[in-house]
Design a protein around this ligand. Structure first.
Ligand SMILES: Cc1cc2nc3c(=O)[nH]c(=O)nc-3n(C[C@H](O)[C@H](O)[C@H](O)COP(=O)(O)OP(=O)(O)OC[C@H]3O[C@@H](n4cnc5c(N)ncnc54)[C@H](O)[C@@H]3O)c2cc1C
Length: 410
């Protein structure tokens, strides 16, 4: 089996797909090394193992809503797209979605997967509780009352195998999506705060070509009117795909047509393959106030980037308190690269990292990056505490793999 991009061949010696939490707990107790896997959408080997993997497709897909507390309990392996439909049918919503709905809830929160919006934390910030299986097979509930709760949430699969997740929900809402075409990087960078604050969720798509404008994808909550123009950019007159020239059919409805949150906040529809398919992704987060300077610094290597780029997407993510979140206590701008699937992508990533190091970038841990544990420790203030928490929960390193050993320098 391979990951979604086909760039990592999983080395599992054995795999289990339990149907109940009790069955999962027994498997965890019995096995030596064991690693949880969601929908395998990460671009690196974080979900790999050369021992035993456990997957969640046979587990219940039932959700339980606590209306009084506005919390939904979700089975770990459920896909966001399925959860969203179940919530909307009952009159509820999540605060945000990633660009695609195909990913599992536990897998997404384990890497701090995010959408966009200056006021929106990443998807893991909606977590209010976790049911986890400990290395000995005991089941533990971790809630926000737990002193280390904010260490458990973005857990990288290392602080227990998650069986159920409690997420904050709100009454369902509608969104209208407008794409503005013809926004140059120069104008965008000069007005970044204003543009990213324009709507509930805003993405800027661009290549790094010298000429030609990018696009602003603005997702307004219904009731807020989209302006007729945005600096030099104007609303598209037909649906767009984020990748220049591609058919927009896989994309969620645009043209300011109002629709439920889950059919507008992701860029891609559940029933289609998202993005280019043939690609590698990486993403680096900088402090929002440093973003214009970071973009200016990247301009110097624009031709190099552009040689192997499908597209760049720039998004905003609100600061949080989750230890391994790249948005920890920092209102962030994510500068994302969808690379062509070529070996040179792994080399250009190092060049981009060298340029962004002056801004103390933090990488998306589910995408391609090359930062050393020493660098990560220097920019992620809670990494040492996370290593201690992992050591305390899993002293035998039952849940780790080569990738996480390298990541944490264990
Ligand atoms: C086309 C495409 C678009 C993307 N768009 C975005 C985007 O908009 N925003 C963004 O932030 N990222 C995005 N990503 C990256 C991706 O969504 C995340 O990295 C996410 O973690 C993948 O979730 P998954 O379910 O596939 O997890 P996997 O890749 O299967 O696993 C990821 C991690 O989660 C752990 N895990 C999985 N299940 C459990 C469990 N039950 N208990 C404990 N740990 C568990 C694994 O051990 C591993 O460490 C995109 C990826 C693709 C392919």
């Amino acid at each position: 089996m391979k990951n979604w991009s086909g760039t990592v061949t999983f080395q599992d010696a054995q795999s289990h797909s339990p149907a109940t939490v009790d069955e999962l707990a027994k498997i965890v107790a019995k096995e030596g090394k064991i690693r949880a896997r969601g929908s395998a959408h990460c671009f690196n080997a974080i979900a790999d193992t050369n021992a035993v993997s456990v997957t969640f497709e046979n587990m219940s897909q039932e959700i339980v809503i606590d209306k009084d507390r506005a919390i939904v309990t979700v089975p770990a392996g459920m896909k966001y797209g399925e959860l969203a439909v179940a919530l909307h049918d009952r009159g509820w919503a999540l605060h945000n979605m990633a660009s695609l709905p195909h990913i599992s809830v536990a897998g997404a929160i384990a890497t701090a997967t995010h959408g966009s919006g200056v006021g929106n934390g990443n998807l893991a910030t909606a977590v209010r509780g976790l049911e986890i299986i400990l290395p000995d097979g005991n089941i533990k509930t971790v809630t926000s009352q737990d002193p280390d709760f904010t260490g458990f949430v973005v857990g990288l699969g290392l602080v227990g195998i998650v069986s159920n997740v409690d997420l904050a929900i709100e009454p369902t809402f509608n969104v209208e999506q407008t794409v503005y075409r013809g926004m140059s990087r120069e104008i965008y960078a000069a007005n970044l705060d204003e543009i990213m604050s324009l709507a509930y969720s805003v993405s800027y798509f661009t290549t790094w070509a010298a000429a030609g404008g990018g696009e602003v994808w603005a997702k307004f909550r219904s009731g807020v009117n989209a302006p007729a123009g945005l600096f030099e950019a104007y609303p598209a007159t037909s649906n767009r795909h984020p990748l220049p020239g591609l058919n927009p059919e896989p994309c969620t409805e645009q043209m300011a047509v109002s629709g439920p949150w889950h059919l507008r906040l992701p860029h891609f529809k559940m029933e289609f393959t998202p993005s280019a398919g043939d690609e590698i992704q990486s993403e680096f987060f900088v402090d929002r106030k440093d973003a214009p300077a970071a973009i200016a610094a990247l301009e110097k290597i624009a031709p190099q980037i552009n040689e192997i780029l499908w597209v760049t997407e720039i998004r905003a993510i609100a600061a949080d308190n989750l230890w391994m979140s790249p948005h920890y206590q920092r209102d962030s701008i994510g500068i994302h690269f969808t690379w062509k699937k070529v070996d040179a992508a792994y080399e250009i990533v190092k060049v981009v990292e060298a340029v962004l190091a002056q801004f103390k970038y933090r990488p998306h841990l589910g995408k391609v990056f090359s930062a050393s544990p020493e660098y990560l420790k220097s920019v992620m203030p809670k990494m040492d505490d996370f290593v201690k928490l992992v050591q305390q929960i899993d002293p035998e390193n039952k849940f780790g793999n080569t990738f996480t050993d390298n990541l944490l320098g264990r």
